[in-house]
Design a protein around this ligand. Structure first.
Ligand code: PFF
Length: 457
């Protein structure tokens, strides 16, 4: 981040500004692209039956996710503070309502919970880097690799250690304020996925994979499934909890919010689809279960690396890239909490990062245990991780997003939002304003009501 630039009577950020629009796009893409695209999207699509889920997810990205991303950046840049203070200050300024700060606070809490399990899964990818490097996947069959994955996650000492390492690196980078340079991993992710796509095309089941992903079977649609698809849209775009708002606070005044958001959403969505196109052909070619769950990529990708020439080197590279992509997302998951502590508690950035990091690290052991096989913790098995994921992706992020759209579309006066958002291109603003006022909030409410069965006969 470059030095803070003065911009007339507008507020400026207390943490400096991004050096350019490109730096900002890379940071937001770094936040959006992560485990959500490569790990979560394929397994959620698998569990929820494929095509129909994918279609609803794409719809949610476009009519809910994109306008909320624009709203978050707009609010962040207008307020130029951490999400809690920004919502409070703007609420007070625009409507005399300070309670909006609570939306920021809910986001801070969502960030804690998400990162607690995110870090554990990121730890798995770091561990798999070493397994790939040791050539453990060479010529193994699906059953062996699945059993190896089961044994790996069952051991809380090992997965806990990788989780600890990942959190330590995340905290160090947040403490130092490092972001630039890491985003290169996200750019390399696409060529790496394209190589894997080549393998998937030759797997003999590419057609079956494409069909699973793109042919909607509407008999699979249910309230819970639509909610899961919407939750996935929020999770993958990092919206609904203030992460993007925190980054928006550092955005130079002249950068276009609409162009930036569209670029990020396109990149994020293409990477998820690409991951799906890689995973499902491997699933069907090897007689695996698409509804395998959170272990899906750890049971399919090693098959590809085990068979590809140079698969050990390539597999190592791939899992390293994935760990880096997870790292840039993890940094953004901590940013609202850390910026909030720095600004309101007057703590230094390193101290705030360490405090936030320790709480999240401890919380992460609940996820470690919920995948483990320890007899005393059998009661946690599977349930805690699922509940954390459900609570954040399906409830907290959409609720946060809903409140953000209401704030941006109804509480902020049109003048201040149109002033921030491309005053030159009126139709961009009008489209956004319509989506934010009516479409996105109504969609979220309908999905919630539908999930609790209000529309069932
Ligand atoms: N968008 C990230 C991913 O897809 O991996 C996860 C994430 C990051 C969610 C930041 C929420 C957030 F605020």
């Amino acid at each position: 981040m470059a030095e803070s630039i003065a911009n007339g009577e507008r507020r400026s950020s207390l943490h400096g500004h991004w050096s350019s629009r490109v730096a900002f796009i890379l940071a937001v893409t770094g936040s959006a692209v992560g485990l959500g695209n490569i790990w979560k999207f394929p397994y959620m699509a698998g569990v929820n039956g494929g095509g129909a889920f994918v279609l609803i997810y794409l719809g949610c990205v476009l009519i809910v996710g994109l306008p909320i991303m624009m709203a978050e950046i707009m609010i962040g840049r207008r307020g130029r503070r951490n999400p809690v203070a920004t919502m409070q200050i703007l609420g007070e300024e625009e409507a005399g309502q300070t309670a909006w700060g609570l939306v920021g606070l809910m986001g801070v809490m969502a960030g804690f919970i998400i990162l607690s399990f995110y870090s554990v899964i990121a730890g798995w990818t770091v561990a798999y880097t070493f397994k790939a490097a040791a050539n453990e996947f060479a010529q193994q069959d699906a059953a062996t690799l699945s059993a190896a994955f089961g044994a790996f996650v069952a051991n809380p000492l090992i997965t806990g250690a990788w989780h600890t390492l990942f959190m330590a690196v995340t905290v160090s980078l947040v403490a130092l304020g490092v972001e630039r340079g890491l985003e290169k991993a996200v750019r390399l992710m696409v060529p790496a996925l394209l190589v894997l796509l080549g393998y998937a095309i030759n797997s003999g089941s590419f057609g079956a994979g494409v069909e699973f992903l793109f042919r909607p079977d509407f008999s699979k649609v249910s309230g819970a499934m639509v909610l899961a698809a919407m939750g996935q849209a929020f999770f993958t775009l990092s919206v609904g909890m203030g992460a993007i708002m925190a980054y928006g606070a550092y955005l130079p005044q002249e950068a276009s919010i609409a162009q930036t958001s569209i670029a990020v959403v396109l990149a994020d969505t293409s990477i998820a689809i690409l991951a799906g196109l890689v995973i499902f052909p491997i699933v069907f070619a090897n007689g695996l279960d698409p509804a395998e769950g959170p272990g899906l990529i750890f049971q399919t990708l090693p098959l590809a690396f085990g068979q590809l020439p140079g698969g050990s080197v390539f597999g190592t590279l791939f899992f390293v890239l994935l760990a880096f992509a997870a790292l840039t997302s993890a940094i953004s998951l901590m940013e609202p909490a850390v910026a909030w502590m720095v600004e309101s508690r007057r703590l230094s950035r390193p101290v705030s990062a360490v405090i936030v990091g320790i709480i999240i690290w401890l919380l992460g052991f609940l996820t470690v245990l919920s995948f483990s096989n320890l007899k005393d913790f059998k009661f946690l098995k599977g349930t805690l991780f699922d509940n954390f994921d459900y609570l954040t992706s399906n409830l907290m992020l959409p609720l946060g997003g809903l409140l953000i759209t209401v704030f941006a579309g109804w509480v902020m006066c049109g003048n201040s939002s149109s002033d921030e958002l491309d005053p030159a291109a009126g139709y961009v603003y009008r489209t956004w304003h319509f989506l934010t006022r009516y479409v996105a909030p109504v969609a979220v409410v309908l999905v919630f009501l539908n999930a609790i069965g209000v529309f069932e006969p």
